[in-house]
Design a protein around this ligand. Structure first.
Ligand SMILES: *Cc1c(COP(=O)(O)O)cnc(C)c1O
Length: 363
């Protein structure tokens, strides 16, 4: 029996247009922050329908500079979802402020709006960071009555509209990451989007330490033209990528629910009306996610626990839904270059490992 190649959890999508774009940037002689970064900023402003986009070095830079620009200082607190990547608490801690985790909703794993409102009343935060997790837009109903500036982290969901408003344009500020495996990949990079001239100017000034007075919070947070040109090539293919991801997500749902079983050992993600498919995550009902990831690896399938738990002590016990998400969610391979044959192998392996069909029935 031959051993087919493992199915990776991530696979980058690119062709000669990305190669050409980078080669052109190299030939142009602008290797640092130059005209391609400016072009990317105009493109993002148009996509999100905001007045200003300012590109920075990473998603973490974008969050940190947006928080500083909104006036977050030591002794302030900032609400963040209890289920999120460690870049969020790090961005708050980098301002000297205190991150307060708010539990998430089991429907979309996004910050629970009611809990956010009540925590905001208790702890009077200076800002809130809300993430559109895995592509499900956070608070499609709007966040208007939180009365605290909201930063929308749309690294997983840029490029869609919710009730007529583009993601990134619905709140005081938005943050984006262009890390290699994100929907728009550029290797590294990020952006802050806002309608506020003051905030945009702050980020533009603060991403650069040169020709400014000494200041401990001024780092080198600039994006390069080489990264920006990659991001622009990826934005050009975004509609096609999102359509392909949607097809694979629909096919996962069909294959994983086919056949008659008394009970499925996992819960599939909701095909919410307004969403994109950055990740396809199944919630295990009985098994732990790490067991399933390990079992799938033995079948040559690289799945992952999509977010690593960074919480300690009290935070972990006061947010039961986040706790469940950290322990039970398994992210399956999902990208435009997945093939049906690969997807069939993922489905067979998951059904076997989770006990939904007996060992040996792998086709
Ligand atoms: C990746 C990611 C970040 C961090 O971005 P980096 O560019 O890796 O610093 C922050 N928030 C979300 C939602 C992310 O997916």
């Amino acid at each position: 029996m031959d051993h087919p190649q493992a199915v990776p959890h991530n696979r980058l999508t690119f062709d000669e247009s990305e190669v050409e774009a980078v080669a052109n940037a190299v030939r142009s002689g602008f290797w640092a922050c130059g005209p391609q970064v400016a072009r990317l900023e105009r493109t993002l402003e148009e996509m999100a329908g905001v007045k200003y986009a300012v590109c920075v070095a990473s998603g973490l830079s974008a969050l940190r500079l947006a928080l500083l620009g909104l006036g977050v200082r030591p002794s302030d607190s900032v609400l963040i979802p209890a289920y999120c990547c460690v870049a969020l608490p790090n961005s708050v801690l980098a301002c000297g402020a205190r991150p307060i985790p708010v539990d998430v909703s089991p429907n979309d794993w996004n910050m629970d709006l009611d809990k956010c409102r009540s925590t905001a009343v208790e702890s009077k935060p200076r800002a809130i960071i809300a993430v559109s997790t895995f592509g499900a837009p956070v608070w499609p109903e709007g966040a208007g009555d939180c009365k605290v500036p909201v930063i929308e982290d749309c690294s997983h969901a840029m490029g869609i509209e919710v009730n007529g408003l583009a993601l990134g344009g619905r709140t005081h500020a938005a943050a984006l990451s262009f890390y290699a495996t994100k929907l728009i990949g550029a290797g590294e990079g990020g952006a802050v989007l806002s309608n506020s001239y003051e905030l945009a100017q702050f980020v533009r000034k603060w991403r650069n330490y040169a020709d400014q007075p000494p200041n401990g919070s001024r780092m080198n947070d600039k994006m390069t033209d080489i990264e920006a040109t990659l991001a622009l090539a990826q934005i050009a293919r975004l509609p096609g990528s999102l359509a392909a991801r949607r097809e694979f997500a629909t096919r996962y749902a069909e294959l994983l629910t086919a056949g008659s079983r008394p009970e499925h050992p996992f819960r599939l993600p909701d095909a919410l009306q307004h969403r994109v498919w950055y990740r396809y995550t199944v919630e295990m009902k009985h098994m732990a996610a790490d067991e399933v990831v390990e079992g799938l690896a033995k079948h040559g399938i690289h799945a992952a626990q999509p977010v690593a738990d960074w919480r300690a002590g009290d935070d972990a016990t006061s947010c039961p839904t986040a706790d469940r998400a950290y322990r039970k969610l398994v992210s399956l391979p999902l990208y435009p270059t997945l093939t049906h044959a690969e997807q069939n192998r993922v489905v067979d392996a998951l059904l076997t490992v989770s006990g939904a069909h007996p060992e040996g029935s792998l086709s």
